[in-house]
Design a protein around this ligand. Structure first.
Ligand SMILES: Cc1cc2nc3c(=O)[nH]c(=O)nc-3n(C[C@H](O)[C@H](O)[C@H](O)COP(=O)(O)O)c2cc1C
Length: 188
């Protein structure tokens, strides 16, 4: 199984990136991870006037291909003002546009299982419904259970582990259950 790890934060010390790191140990053996970092993506803010730019289209096709090839996506992202960070929304928006720009291109999100991990500076909790709505709109399937890391600055020890064992265990179990579900879907 091939899983796209999408980090929704460009911050060097991102908690979202750390959550993805923790998931790795709980993937089934043989899983191929394709880790996509914001630094790799240089797409401008969505603007239909740019859809004929050949350089942009080369980058967009390559990005679309990474989403299309993934059997599942694990998305870890920050909550910004009770919603989706612009980087995440812009990435989803561009990828969803390619089938409209180039007819015959598949929807890279169609029936794609997505595990959503949300990171908040405070109590958080608003990002998941917002993400679920957008991902559902583009055709992806959000896993029923998701994960919210509240008060993210205070949750880590020096070794990069979550200090609260219950949170750590929940993320581990969730990752295992998600992969099992995504695998069954993939085989169907
Ligand atoms: C523009 C902006 C808006 C934010 N809005 C919220 C918010 O609505 N609720 C919240 O709990 N944290 C909010 N935060 C805090 C971030 O969610 C928090 O810093 C998180 O750790 C960022 O994710 P990262 O560590 O992966 O970069 C906001 C941060 C920024 C920069």
């Amino acid at each position: 199984m091939r899983i796209l790890f999408l980090c929704g934060s460009a911050r060097a010390a991102s908690h979202s990136a750390r959550l993805l790191d923790l998931c790795v140990a709980h993937l089934p053996s043989g899983t191929i991870i394709d880790r996509l970092c914001p630094a790799e993506i240089s797409l401008p803010l969505v603007n239909p006037d740019l859809e004929t730019d050949p350089t942009l289209l080369v980058a967009l096709r390559a990005l679309h291909d990474r989403f299309a090839r993934a059997d599942a996506i694990i998305l870890a992202a920050p909550e910004y003002n009770a919603g989706i960070a612009p980087f995440v929304k812009n990435t989803i928006d561009w990828i969803s546009r390619l089938p409209w720009i180039e007819r015959g291109t598949d929807n890279a999100f169609a029936d794609k299982p997505v595990l959503m991990l949300a990171v908040s500076g405070g109590t958080g909790g608003a990002l998941i419904p917002a993400l679920r709505a957008v991902l559902g709109y583009v055709g992806a399937i959000g896993f029923g259970e998701s994960f919210v890391l509240p008060f993210a600055d205070a949750q880590w020890d020096a070794g990069g582990t979550l200090t609260e064992p219950a949170l750590d265990e929940r993320l581990a179990r969730l990752t295992v259950r998600f992969c099992h579900w995504a695998r069954q879907k993939d085989a169907a």
